[in-house]
Design a protein around this ligand. Structure first.
Ligand code: FIX
Ligand code: ZN
Length: 423
């Protein structure tokens, strides 16, 4: 343990601690290689990431429709993004820079703009060893997946009962159960659980359906061993509420979390399908009501909630809310907030209001390779923000030790998340 007695050493120690820190990525959409083509990787997958497809349609030739685009082979889709978003408009968006950073850190000559050569390099990679290489370059110990028991393509892979992958931990995603009961009931019934298609408040059928839905979650938890239950919620999410969503939360999700000793991750603020033609890229953001988070935390003090919100507007109120509830852990700069200016602002504000007791970011990566750029960009911002906070602390008279610095850095990048369930 060394006390850092001069500002220059403190600055370099902070920056090195962030650069060297092992990161735990607590929310992604990645899959193990055993899930076959559900694991997306390579340059064409990066170029057709839905963030970039949405950008393409803000600048594409007017004759190109999303429906025509979807019918094209992936490499043709990637060509269009490459041409319009990167070459013609100069790759200035965060999503475009992500592809550039990733290729550069993989050692490819992106400056040469040789897409054919880059494709050749990817064609030579083998999935398993490439996955390990990407995790090493990004500096991750493991990433948490999004595993949806209501997606038949995913269920099929879990049925095969293959051993877990050491770099990827499961999270049980329950959006359908929470927000589309009729669809969830149909699938649970088909899988042998006695769930009525329509909910009728306080009826015998409802009580039995909820019991069966809890059994469904318990069976899935046993099968995949998730680290948390996860749900995304729209910007009009309210709690408490008599709506079916409120009854499912109170009678299925919260009791299941209690029984299974699992935190509930809530990602709040979507406006799904604002432009359905764009698929995943067609979702938008709305300002949500933080009192829903406050109420759910207050009413369920024994349940741990991991929360992120999509609207920048909600971030300050959410930080204040997290100061009031030890069962609330803030994580990530979600989706449209995962841009340098907003990550910087959110990380500063969270540090000022919460200390090093939140998770600065998650990647949300759907394409494996993008772990590299998403974490490289986040590391740079966290290093700048922390270096400045430590400078001010030093000026105030506190001389941190190198151990203290490393501990705070790790807390922001996965340590606080790992400690949260046991708190
Ligand atoms: O709901 C979610 O988990 C979102 O992160 C995704 O649905 C979204 O499409 C995404 O990829 C955001 O980064
Ligand atoms: Zn996500």
């Amino acid at each position: 343990m060394t006390v850092l007695n001069d500002p220059a050493t403190l600055d370099s120690t902070v920056r090195k601690a962030v650069a060297d820190a092992t990161i735990t990525d607590i929310h992604t959409h990645l899959f193990p290689p055993s899930h076959g083509n559900l694991l997306l990787w390579n340059v064409d997958e990066m170029l057709t990431y839905h963030y970039l497809v949405a950008e393409l349609f803000t600048m594409a030739p007017s004759g190109l429709t999303p429906a025509d685009f979807r019918k094209m082979p992936k490499c043709r889709q990637a060509d269009l993004v490459w041409e319009h978003v990167l070459l013609r408009r100069g790759a200035l968006s965060e999503a475009a820079r992500g592809v550039v950073t990733t290729l550069n850190k993989l050692g490819l000559d992106i400056g040469g703009r040789d897409l054919a050569g880059i494709r050749k390099w990817f064609a030579q990679q083998k999935t398993e060893s490439y996955l390990v290489k990407v995790f090493e370059l990004a500096g991750l110990d493991y990433a948490v997946m999004t595993n949806d028991p209501f997606q038949p393509a995913e269920v099929e892979h879990w049925r095969a009962g293959r051993p877990p992958h050491e770099l990827l931990k499961p999270a049980l995603r329950i959006d359908t159960l929470v927000s589309n009961w009729p669809a969830a009931a149909g699938m649970m019934t088909a899988a042998g659980y006695e769930t009525a298609a329509m909910l009728e408040a306080d009826s015998f059928d409802e009580a039995r359906s909820f019991k069966e839905a809890r059994r469904f979650l318990a069976d899935w938890a046993k099968k995949i061993k998730p680290v948390y239950l996860a749900v995304s919620l729209p910007s009009d999410f309210a709690y408490p509420t008599d709506q079916p969503r409120g009854r499912v939360l109170n009678n299925v999700i919260i009791p299941a979390a209690r029984e299974l000793h699992l935190p509930i991750a809530m990602m709040i603020g979507t406006r799904r399908r604002a432009n359905p033609a764009l698929g995943d890229g067609g979702d938008a953001v709305g300002v949500a009501d933080v009192s829903a988070v406050q109420n759910i935390c207050a009413e369920n003090p024994d349940i741990k909630f991991l929360v992120t919100m999509l609207s920048r507007v909600n971030q300050h109120e959410l930080c204040v809310c997290a100061r009031k509830f030890g069962n609330l852990h803030l994580f990530g700069c979600w989706w449209f907030c995962n841009t340098p200016s907003i990550i910087e602002e959110m990380t500063k504000m969270r540090l000022e209001l919460l200390g090093a007791n939140f998770t600065a970011n998650h990647s949300d990566a759907r394409v494996l390779d993008l772990l590299i750029s998403k974490w490289s960009h986040t590391r740079d911002i966290v290093a700048d923000v922390l270096a400045d906070k430590y400078r001010l602390l030093f000026q105030a008279g506190w001389h941190p030790t190198d151990d203290e610095v490393r501990r705070s850095v790790r807390n922001l990048l996965g340590g606080a998340y790992e400690e949260f369930p046991a708190k």
